[in-house]
Write a protein that binds this ligand. Structure first.
Ligand SMILES: [Zn+2]
Length: 63
């Protein structure tokens, strides 16, 4: 699968888990659920903050 970061449009996205990807450009994590991306920011303490509300459904859909 070839992903583009919905936040910065970078293609510098690496796979870090079975359904998880990480943008090395803006440091957000993406989890693939069906044909949608759930977007998270990883805080310094390791907790995740959902960024889904920053993007439209269209932006989070994998084409
Ligand atoms: Zn990015």
């Amino acid at each position: 699968m070839w992903l583009r970061c919905p936040n910065c449009s970078s293609h510098d996205v690496g796979k870090v888990g079975s359904d998880q990807y990480y943008c090395w450009n803006c440091f957000i994590e993406m989890t693939v659920v069906g044909n949608r991306l759930n977007v998270h920011e990883i805080k310094v303490d390791g907790s995740l903050i959902s960024l889904d509300n920053l993007f439209t459904d269209e932006e989070r859909t994998i084409h």
